[in-house]
Design a binder for this molecule. Structure first.
Ligand code: E4P
Length: 215
């Protein structure tokens, strides 16, 4: 499973890169806002740092505006793909951008039918928001399972990016289901590496090592 990091924070991206955990990056307007930097500075820094796919989101709501924004976004780097919200206008934008050879990531997917439409429009990536579904009492990972089945049934090339990940169980389930990509916040990437028995084991080895006679 490919790991994208779900952040616009350049320090987090570099730290995750050091661990070999960054195949790509996803951003959204909220993540950009968190950095306190302007959008252009942020995206330029990420493009200079990461070779893999980088999602940058449009803010327009009609097809023409989204397409115009997308054309600008891809000038930042050839690895940039354009995040388009899952709406009727968004699908029209995805269709236009696909015809132009511009890669897209359809975001804010909450149902299997929305996922089907994203693939039919030619989306490169489709992002189901599992955490936000869990938040309202739905089962987010069920959506991922449905999407993978639908895409497999019809051989769609669209890759599933499991998004809105909140904890390691989401990552484990995504991997067991065979999701193409998980986009993971840095804090969760760190959590994945941790286990209390690992820490206890290290401590015990350190303590026992002190008992080994020195020559
Ligand atoms: C990534 O593509 C999404 O924008 C992100 O995972 C949303 O996460 P959130 O629901 O925690 O805001």
């Amino acid at each position: 499973m490919k790991f994208f990091i779900d952040t616009a924070n350049i320090d987090e991206i570099k730290r995750a890169q050091d661990m070999g955990m960054v195949d790509g990056v996803t951003t959204n307007p909220s993540l950009i806002a968190k950095t306190g930097k302007d959008f252009e500075t942020c995206l330029k820094e990420i493009v200079e740092t990461v070779d893999g796919p980088i999602s940058a989101e449009v803010l327009g709501t009609d097809r023409e505006t989204m397409v115009a924004e997308a054309k600008k976004l891809v000038t930042y780097g050839e690895q940039v793909n354009v995040k388009i919200p899952m709406t009727v206008e968004g699908l029209a934008a995805v269709k236009t951008l696909t015809d132009l050879g511009i890669k897209t990531n359809v975001t804010l997917i909450f149902s299997p039918n929305q996922a089907l439409l994203a693939a039919k429009a030619g989306a490169t990536y489709a992002s189901p928001f599992v955490g936000r579904l869990d938040d309202i009492g739905s089962h987010g990972m069920e959506l991922v399972s449905d999407m993978l089945q639908i895409y497999q049934n019809y051989d769609y090339a669209t890759e599933v990016i499991v998004a809105s990940i909140r904890h390691p169980i989401h990552v484990k389930e995504a991997a067991l289901m065979g999701a193409d990509i998980a986009t993971i916040p840095f804090a969760v990437i760190q959590q994945l590496a941790k286990h209390p028995l690992t820490d206890i084991g290290i401590k015990r080895f350190e303590e026992d090592w002190k008992k080994v006679p020195r020559t």
